[in-house]
Design a protein around this ligand. Structure first.
Ligand SMILES: [Ca+2]
Ligand SMILES: [Ca+2]
Ligand SMILES: [Ca+2]
Length: 484
């Protein structure tokens, strides 16, 4: 597709190798945390960061939030951070962007540029802390900025596609009728996030390591809700499935003690010793119910994305292409973990060779052997372009394929009542999300699926394909990510 090729020549000529991302997707590290009074200081590093003024004219960032643990009760809680930019500091080349609800901060490049961020010192101002003593932990999630602007929904081809219309400031301000939207959609009010306004999207699907870090900050009762096997199970018990299934290697490292002491979880995809370099830390976390996903997002102070935002993240400002995938073309080449070119299984550099336009974890025909999702960012290499890395317009990975993304749907009034309320970092005692207007974690009514997965037909991975099936349960092809 000439349009895509030109697009990358343009980026390359501006010396921003935006999608030449990485043999080590997710190489985010936060180290050396120390606390002095209300100041928390740490070093942050990650690879292949950018801040570009050529298309897609956006930047990546890390959503950083802090949890504190009462040393007496052992309970973790969410830390408030100052909403004043002047209260935080970052060494060059980074800056700290506070947010209005104080649930975290975005850390990003302060000037135009691209490349790896080596360990850079950050100090954040915490607010509202009572008397300690406390332990602190800093969490980071890589995000991509999605700027405010018009974009197109619907592609005229895909199943249940919206009508071919544009989302603009006017449509966001006035809402849209069911007839205008098409695709068996309900009317969408102005309060529903249509994707016109700027937001951030997680660069990757939630990984097994991220889910482990989440589980390890929950109570026993919360862990019990968020895993398949009870946290009191023996050391070595797999957490998400009956055994080592679908490439999910999350295991119990130390069993919990019923109701009192939570379990400790770890990655161990190559069974034996936990947390080795081949233990699947960066494999997408499969088997999540909507309750699991929404709990993760509430805990991380993010929120679910909407179906319309999904199309914005993928298509960006480019014109629709009938049947296009997240990388903007109709190229599609199914890749499985049993494919010959899939190498470095379960390692941080799991990848597919040679770089192939449209390589994607989807199904065409039947496969046999062990199967499951691939590493997040698996197709991005030092030389890949947008169509060979699988990057969506703004740099989010695996929006097509790998695991299904759960989105707030416009198919019914429960979905369209969603108003973009953000997670607040706190769950119910039983570990469920509890944010106003979020679809219920019990029923999942108001949630649908986007983007296909490693075992479903490739057509489901199209940007405009809509699957409004309601399923609250866990399933091996269900994953997800959040936005803010
Ligand atoms: Ca191991
Ligand atoms: Ca996906
Ligand atoms: Ca909450």
């Amino acid at each position: 597709m000439m349009k895509t090729k030109n697009y990358f020549l343009k980026i390359a000529s501006a010396l921003f190798l935006l999608f030449a991302i990485n043999t080590n997707a997710n190489n985010l590290e936060i180290t050396g945390t120390s606390v002095s009074g209300n100041d928390i200081t740490f070093n942050i590093s990650w690879d292949n960061s950018w801040n570009a003024n050529v298309a897609p004219a956006n930047w990546d960032a890390v959503w950083v939030f802090v949890k504190f643990q009462d040393c007496n009760t052992r309970l973790w809680a969410h830390t408030s951070l100052s909403t004043a930019a002047g209260d935080h500091s970052a060494a060059s080349p980074l800056q700290v962007d506070p947010v209005a609800d104080g649930r975290g901060v975005f850390i990003r490049r302060s000037a135009l540029g691209g490349g790896n961020i080596s360990a850079t010192s950050i100090t954040l101002k915490m607010t509202g802390l009572g008397a300690g003593p406390y332990n602190f932990k800093v969490f980071g999630i890589e995000m991509v900025n999605v700027p405010q602007g018009n974009f197109e929904i619907g592609d005229g081809t895909s199943t249940s596609s919206y009508n071919s219309i544009s989302i603009t400031a006017a449509t966001q301000a006035s809402g849209l009728t069911s007839a205008v939207i098409g695709g068996s959609s309900a009317a969408v009010p102005a309060t529903f996030p249509m994707g016109y306004n700027a937001f951030y999207c997680m660069k990757y699907e939630i990984s097994q390591q991220q889910y482990v870090e989440f589980l390890n900050a929950l109570t026993y009762d919360q862990q019990k809700s968020r895993t398949f096997n009870d946290p009191i199970s023996a050391a070595g018990t797999y957490a998400m499935f009956t055994g080592f299934n679908y490439r999910n290697g999350i295991r119990i490292l130390t069993p919990g003690n019923n109701a009192a002491i939570p379990a400790v979880y770890a990655c161990d995809a190559t069974a034996g010793v936990e947390n080795n370099s081949d233990d699947g830390q960066a494999i997408a976390n499969s088997g999540m119910s909507y309750a699991d996903l929404s709990a993760y997002l509430d805990w991380a102070a993010l929120r679910p994305m909407t179906e319309m935002e999904f199309e914005k993240i993928c298509r960006g400002t480019l014109p629709r292409v009938g049947g296009e995938y997240a990388w903007g073309t109709t190229d599609i080449v199914p890749v499985y973990n049993v494919s010959a070119g899939l190498i470095n299984d379960f390692q941080a550099n799991e990848t597919y060779t040679p770089a192939t336009n449209g390589a994607c974890a989807v199904a065409i025909g039947s496969i046999s052997g062990i199967y499951g999702p691939l590493k997040v960012g698996v197709f991005a290499t030092g030389t890949s372009g947008r169509a060979s890395s699988g990057a969506a317009y703004y740099g989010a990975m695996e929006m097509s394929g790998n695991l299904q993304e759960r989105c707030v749907t416009t198919a019914n009034a429960t979905g369209t009542a969603f108003n973009g309320t953000l997670g607040d970092g706190t769950l119910t005692p039983l570990g469920d999300s509890n944010q106003a207007t979020w679809p219920s974690p019990v029923t999942a009514i108001g949630i649908s699926f986007k983007g296909g997965d490693y075992i479903s037909p490739a057509t489901q991975a199209r940007i405009s394909h809509r699957n409004t099936t309601v399923d609250a349960a866990r399933y091996p092809i269900y994953g997800g990510r959040g936005v803010r």
